[in-house]
Design a protein around this ligand. Structure first.
Ligand code: FE
Ligand code: FE
Ligand code: MG
Length: 165
């Protein structure tokens, strides 16, 4: 834990750590939703969709790492068991029970839209009081915005393909 790192934040650390842990739960659930979705995906443009889902899975894991590092710097304890993911998640988990690519894209777009809201709220909460967490929230939010756009572009391509037949 970083003693000075904790001293300079102008916000209740335990409240902030709780928000960071909730986001951590979201990232792990998003990671698995993408990762398993990439394995089971079926339908048009399966290859392109699979590559995108796999990339996003890796990036969600990167977000989890950023969150854990920040929680530890603030003297907090990161979630220690997967059971807690479901208890504290903001965005939940949508199982890819229907593996059709359009269904997967829709589920993951909803997840990204939720993630964007989560990091916007974290940025608003930390602006001016915790510049380190603020910068991290902006960085992750920017990735989630790119994720949303990537998935919507695939959705658009599939729609175009269907309409031209
Ligand atoms: Fe993420
Ligand atoms: Fe994402
Ligand atoms: Mg992408």
């Amino acid at each position: 834990m970083g003693t000075k790192a904790q001293e300079i934040i102008g916000i209740d650390a335990s409240q902030l750590i709780e928000h960071l842990n909730k986001a951590l739960a979201d990232e792990w659930l998003a990671y698995y939703q993408y990762w398993i979705g990439a394995k089971v995906a079926k339908g048009p443009m399966r290859g392109a969709v699979t590559v995108e889902l796999e990339e996003h899975a890796t990036e969600e894991l990167g977000h989890a790492l950023l969150l854990v590092d920040r929680i530890l710097q603030l003297g907090g304890t990161p979630l220690l068991t997967p059971q807690d993911w479901y208890k504290v998640t903001n965005c939940g988990y949508e199982a890819p029970e229907d593996p059709y690519v359009e269904v997967l894209l829709k589920q993951n777009i909803a997840g990204e839209q939720c993630a964007i809201d989560v990091y916007k709220a974290l940025a608003d909460l930390t602006k001016d009081v915790d510049p380190v967490t603020y910068e991290m929230a902006l960085q992750i939010m920017t990735d989630e915005i790119v994720h949303e756009e990537d998935l919507q572009a695939l959705q658009e391509d599939i729609e175009l393909m269907k309409s031209r037949k």
